[in-house]
Design a protein around this ligand. Structure first.
Ligand SMILES: [Cu+2]
Length: 174
């Protein structure tokens, strides 16, 4: 049954709502995409670190729309905790700060890269290793979500090692 007819049947037959609810719970990804996704993601990769250490996720986001849209969250079935972070120099030291949103200007780009915005991936739920792909779902301020495959790369992939920034000051962003 295609998705539109499925939704139609859902509205017609409230009496089977409980059963349908169970179906949604089994496959949420198929229904997660919002209608207004205007962001394209490229160059998505993860700098893997050994021993289950937190890893950084990087990518380029392009906003095809005429309005600013913000990345407001991320999640992955392969990590127990996923946060949006930004590294920045503060009083002469590099700090990582949690961010609530990262704005992508209209018809513009936002780059997540070592030393700047990154997706902080913590508590891997299974062994993740270089060469794999990890799905990460990105959530945007317009209500849309997209699932993006991130290529897992070795620690010596381009840029400064993310792990160097850990153990430094973290504080909530005002
Ligand atoms: Cu971080």
């Amino acid at each position: 049954m295609n998705r539109a007819r499925f939704a139609y049947a859902l509205s017609r037959r409230a009496c089977v709502g409980l059963l349908l609810g169970a179906a949604f719970a089994v496959s949420p990804a198929a229904f997660a995409a919002g209608p207004s996704t205007q962001v394209r993601v490229s160059d998505a990769w993860i700098r893997w670190l050994p021993a289950g250490l937190p890893a950084g996720g990087y990518m380029r986001l392009h906003n095809d729309g005429a309005h600013m849209v913000a990345l407001i969250g991320a999640s992955s079935p392969d990590y127990g905790e996923v946060m949006l972070h930004r590294s920045e120099m503060k009083n002469g030291t590099m700090q990582m700060l949690p961010v609530r949103k990262a704005e992508i200007p209209a018809h513009g780009d936002l780059v997540f890269q070592p030393g700047g915005y990154h997706i902080m991936l913590m508590h891997p739920r299974q062994a993740v290793s270089p060469g794999q792909q990890v799905p990460i779902t990105l959530e945007f301020s317009d209500g849309s979500r997209i699932e993006v495959p991130f290529a897992v790369r070795k620690p010596d992939a381009s840029g400064a090692p993310h792990g160097d920034m850990h153990g430094m000051g973290m504080q909530p962003r005002s």
